[in-house]
Design a binder for this molecule. Structure first.
Ligand SMILES: [Zn+2]
Length: 391
């Protein structure tokens, strides 16, 4: 049995495991999961698909599913630009979950977490993640993992293999459905790099993401006065190669691609995501991870500190509320309002921050501006109790 596993790993490392036995019949076109007319080929695969179809039904009815047609069409367009027409086999689901993650099921269900969209900075970076997930699908990694685990152990392993089935409704989150091996991850990374370069997207985008994820982990740790977890393999990256190792081999492989005038699609990405940032940043602020959020806002601010971003920064400091955070928050809200005096949320934030920093009169004036600018405010009653009303 050990021999078999070793054989699978060797085949995977050489990248030739994918459906090689199906090519034996020369008269038939090679069937891969990415062929448009592909159906499960045996009992293992049929079983896996049935489980995944059930999971997909839950995902479809999940409260966390972001259904916005425009956003979904945009993410799909990037996938199709990257992998070509076979993108038609994949169904994308964007879940409102504020962490960096994506997963791919063997039946063609791809799940993208909203926190990922906050962290990728351009189309090339998003393409590198979509290409990576698609490569797992194309190479049938989940089917291989399933067979691999079943050979090693028994049905119990299969149960832990699909850990979140049945919990999606409550927590709106699906972890890595499939625990892929390091070799599979590496293969998906490298295949994705080929996709990127062939599509004209900058292959360096893949290592750029990992560099920033590591910097974000440093920022979290610095604020919490703990050791950075960037070199751990725990948590969300449990099944993945160490992030530093990954960043390095991706950078090296990208360096071997022919030099070209590659696309990044940053402007297009910012345009498509702009309307989502307030919501995604708000979800991020609620994680109570000041270091990471400040880091992410800084990244977004590199493209220019918009009134919305300055408002978010005010919210972040006001939420932490230590030392002179309220005074700093008031400063950010003021900057936000000098860019766009009609942003009601910034008046609200300014009012609350000023009251907390001791300027009651200024605070009340700002809260009244908020109520005037936002007559239908959801929190009108409570703000009126604090600020009274204009006569
Ligand atoms: Zn992966």
């Amino acid at each position: 049995m050990k021999y078999k596993i070793a054989l699978i790993l060797t085949l995977m490392a050489s990248g030739s495991l994918c459906s090689f036995d199906l090519r034996a019949n020369e008269a038939q076109p090679a069937l891969t999961p990415t062929a448009l007319d592909y159906l499960p080929q045996d009992d293992d695969e049929r079983g896996l698909w049935m489980q995944m179809d059930e999971l997909e039904r839950e995902v479809k009815s999940s409260q966390s599913l972001i259904k916005d047609p425009e956003l979904n069409a945009y993410v799909r367009k990037i996938l199709c630009n990257t992998v070509g027409d076979t993108c038609g086999r994949v169904r994308i689901y964007i879940m409102r979950t504020p962490y960096f993650n994506a997963s791919m099921a063997p039946n063609g269900m791809m799940i993208i977490w909203s926190g990922l969209l906050l962290r990728t900075e351009n189309e090339a970076e998003l393409a590198s993640v979509l290409g990576h997930e698609f490569s797992h699908f194309e190479k049938q990694h989940s089917l291989q993992s399933f067979r691999n685990i079943r050979q090693k152990t028994d049905a119990m392993a299969w149960m832990s293999f699909v850990p979140y089935v049945g919990m999606i409704g409550q927590i709106g989150a699906i972890g890595s459905i499939f625990s892929f091996s390091r070799e599979m991850e590496r293969q998906a990374d490298l295949v994705s790099l080929d996709y990127l370069a062939d599509a004209g997207y900058d292959p360096n985008a893949a290592s750029d993401i990992w560099r920033r994820l590591r910097a974000e982990m440093d920022a979290t740790a610095a604020e919490r006065k703990r050791k950075s977890q960037k070199d751990d393999n725990g948590g969300f990256f449990a099944s993945h190669p160490n992030s530093g190792e990954r960043m390095e081999y991706l950078e090296q492989a990208a360096g071997k691609k022919p030099p070209k005038n590659y696309m990044h699609g940053q402007l297009e990405y910012r345009r498509a995501m702009a309307k989502w940032w307030p919501l995604l940043i708000d979800d991020q602020i609620k994680l109570n991870d000041f270091g990471a959020t400040e880091f992410l806002l800084g990244q977004l601010g590199e493209g220019g500190w918009t009134p919305q971003l300055l408002y978010a920064r005010g919210e972040l400091y006001r939420a932490r509320g230590k030392d002179d955070d309220f005074a700093k928050a008031a400063g950010f809200y003021r900057q936000s309002l000098s860019g766009d005096a009609g942003l009601p949320e910034s008046w609200r934030g300014l009012g609350l921050a000023l009251i907390r920093s001791g300027d009651r009169t200024g605070g009340i004036a700002a809260l009244r501006r908020y109520l005037r600018a936002s007559p239908e405010a959801f929190d009108r009653a409570i703000i009126e109790t604090m600020a009274g009303t204009d006569e």
